[in-house]
Design a protein around this ligand. Structure first.
Ligand code: HEC
Length: 130
């Protein structure tokens, strides 16, 4: 029993470290998003909406941001899976979106990006009622 507990602890520590590394790598990937999106405690809507608390929320739900009809009516909820599809080809997944971004194809970069975005799960963002 004792040994199992130790192994479990060790594994948890190792996994924790891996996701911290992913998030650090994801911050570098996010550099291209920063031209249009903000995250963190002082984030404001800019060219694109605030991306705090992204995973799990509905498309087009950030208060005060003027979304395209295409985004608002996409019916997407930003699960990791939906986000992964979208970020590879934003205009393919949401035709008519005003997000002028070609996409990221590298699956590892997308995973890192998601790890980074998760570090803002609890950062402030006002959502409209939907
Ligand atoms: C050139 C500016 C620009 C860049 C670069 C950009 N975006 Fe966007 N993004 C936008 C705009 C504008 C919208 C609003 C789209 C709409 O309303 O059609 C948007 C919307 C989004 C949405 C939907 C948000 C919601 O609340 O529904 C996500 C998710 C997103 N962007 C993620 C990213 C990520 C991640 C990156 C970097 C890999 C990125 N964007 C790069 C401009 C940009």
């Amino acid at each position: 029993m004792k040994r199992t507990a130790l192994v479990a602890l060790f594994l948890a520590a190792a996994l924790g470290q891996a996701s911290a590394q992913d998030a650090a790598a994801g911050e570098k990937v996010f550099a291209v998003c920063k031209a249009c999106h903000q995250v963190g405690d002082t984030a404001k809507n800019a060219v694109g909406p605030v991306l705090n608390g992204l995973i799990g929320r509905k498309a087009g739900s950030v208060e005060g941001y003027n979304y395209s009809e295409a985004n608002k009516k996409s019916g997407i909820t930003w699960t990791e899976e939906e986000f992964t599809k979208y970020i590879q080809d934003p205009k393919g997944v949401v035709p008519g979106t005003k997000m002028a971004f070609a996409g990221i194809k590298d699956p590892q970069k997308i995973k890192d990006l998601i790890a980074y975005l998760h570090t803002f799960d609890k950062a402030p963002v006002k959502l409209t009622q939907q």
